[in-house]
Design a protein around this ligand. Sequence first.
Ligand code: HT7
Ligand code: ZN
Length: 879
Amino acid sequence: PQTIYRKDYTAPSYLVDTVELGFDLDPARTVVANRMTVRRNPASAQREIELYGEDIELVSLRLNGRTLVEGDYVIEGTLLRIPNAPEEATLEIETICVPESNTTLSGLYTSNGSFYTQCEAEGFRRITYFPDRPDVMARYTVMLRADKDKYPVLLSNGNLIDEGILPDGRRYALWEDPFKKPSYLFALVAARLVCQEEDFELADGRTALLQVWVEEGNLDKTDYAMQSLKHSIRWDEERWDLELDLDRFMIVAVGDFNMGAMENKGLNIFNTKFVLANPRVATDVDFQGIEAVVGHEYFHNWTGNRVTCRDWFQLSLKEGLTVFRDQEFSADMIGTNTGRAVTRIDQVRTLRQAQFPEDAGPMAHPVRPDSFVEINNFYTVTVYEKGAEVVRMYQTLLGRDGFRKGMDLYFQRHDGQAVTCDDFRLAMADANGRDLAQFERWYSQAGTPVVQAETRWDEQAQTYTLRLIQSCPPTPGQPEKQPFHVPVAVGLLGRDGRDLPLTVDGKVVGTTAVLELTEADQTFTFTNVAEQPTPSILRDFSAPVILKYGYNDAELVHLFSHDSDPVNRWEAGQRLAMSRLLKLSGQVAAAGNADPKLDVDDVFIDAMRKILADDTLDPAFREQALLLPSETMIADQLDVVDPLAIHTARQFVRAAIGTRLRGELEAQYDANQTPGEYSPDAASIGKRALKNLALAYLCAAPDDASLDLARRQFDGATNMTDRASALSALVHARAPAAGDALQRFYDEFQGEPLVVDKWFAMQAAAPTTDVNRVRDLMTHKAFTLRNPNRARSLVSTFCAGNPVGFHAPDGSGYAFWAEQVIALDALNPQVASRLARAMDRWRRYTPDLQARMKRALQQVAGQAKLSNDVREVVGKALA
Ligand code: HT7
Ligand code: ZN
């Protein structure tokens, strides 16, 4: 496959002003008529019209009314070229596609018999021939025609101009989008749907019609999505002065979807998982996900749609910025300081769980990649989550007001344009009179920087010096790195646990100083420091780096008990836990079949006890503080990964907490009940989280009383959060009641696809589940590989979320992985290629596992027929 390089970018040869699309929708043969006006781009030296098309049949092509024949145009692969084209032209193109056979879910496809589109990144070319690149922005008019009974709802972007019945009895609808947009934002839906709708008053007094469209039978699950949409609109108005620019904003839920949702202009299409919720079927995490994703897609209307990307290398321009915006939205919706901190802790966890490993593996790439084979492989945690961290660092460096000035200038300069990450950085710099040239390295250099800290208190001089040394490991294609511009937020705790006032460069700076680390090795001095402090470094996780500092247990306990920065308070607990987990997994690995004689010290257990029982702390924070680093995070700290040893060690610590804090856990279980009507507010969610973590710990060292507690919670639960948590506790504890509970759960929820996904996922993740059990589950009548949510719930959860089962010593998990990647690739390369990434870190495992993983990778790589998506991932893994 061909590699595409950022450095090879050239401007489009022709621009498109208007596009008129006519669709005669038929699952077996949809005819698409495309009439567009094009003109030569003065910024391009190229004189040919270049159009892309994929998996579509070209019926006719006319230029200024003249039918072109082969020779007038040339088709090479997906590129159609028209040489010797005039300065301006009207192109008329007729093509045919087959939506019902489109299992890739890219382009126009059917789901449960209805029509949906997904055009990002390069799906529009699967609908018609077009200069399908984000820097070609045009105005669209769309005529939809379809059977009136099967497809009573016909939707597209923008405003509904006309609708009715055609002489032949079919239904038609004419839509016009007043804004020019890139082709990846085009969408249509033709379906039998119902909607919840509302008129909503915007800040400038206009009224917009808001609609949430779902299949019949799901109208009892749309309230939260609608509420989240209204909150999003209000938040964008209040925080950024950004208004909805359309009279109508639609959300449509579809059961077959590759990702979470898509921000098509005025017609957002969502995976049902991020729309449908009520307390019976959705957990607290589901409700939070809906709020975040509804917000995210809505916020794209400005950051992505009004100002879009010049090319796909700039993807983080819209995704990093929009993730940052949705993170801020979720934090503001909670409002309290600890609430904000808990959302921040979640973000740090995601980075460590998924982005740091990506940055250290074969798919490592900069936030703005330099090359790709398949762009769909670059919708990554690096582009999204690390990209959001990069945006957050501007705010940390410039302050909230400075960041806002930068955003205002960005929109002022670039509204209606397709731009680059550099344009965003320059808007930030210019609006604040700052030089942010070095900051560019966050976009161009891959890898997670390591910041090593050393401190010295000089009692005589009353100074405290902090030496920071930064480095960044090599990544594919980037052997050497230059220093980053790193904001390091620092506080100093006195012996009494309180923050000391800070003086830097003779200036009193409050109790948290944002130091700007720009050199490889730099020393900062705090003056007037009258006692030996405990440093709290990288407060609020001020940069996406790995901080190394030789904290001892006493310092960590001090921070864990007192740090005014909740993120670093949590971090101290994670460090205490991680040191124990690493030591214990080493012991297990070294013992082989002998008894490793494990033990957990009182210092750790007492620190956990203190936090658990501290009723002055929010339950949500306590839950985060008590949650151990995941098996993936532990593995990431080790040179040689033995998944079973890690699991055994972590289970041992969980069981130790369950046994030695039994009384406190039971007390918290009782104290954090949420009787009465279910509500997904932050306080109630925090209580349920702490209560259910207490239950999980109690069942980690299962005794009859704890299992009985879980069984009773399962039987009596009035919401899905409590029900699923209890079921999971029973399944993980291998409780005798687990089998019966699983069956009852399935029986009750078999009509709810999203709950059936949970049912599969819970079993796939259980350490007791091996490949045979997964194969068994694949024969269940509810299983299909064709639906991405279902395939992910069982196959991906097992391969990426069940280290013990997946890494079985006989390699059976890897053989299964190879089989499923190959099978899925024939249906849906995007889903297959995400599954393929479960093997990314194969070189870090024990030699025996490594050899087996390599064989499985080679088996996939050796397939004659493989998508570019999967070939790129396995190729890079083996390189
Ligand atoms: N911008 C959207 C990306 C997306 C996507 C990309 C490739 C293939 C399918 C897809 N569905 C959605 C989602 C977002 O970040 O908002
Ligand atoms: Zn996005």
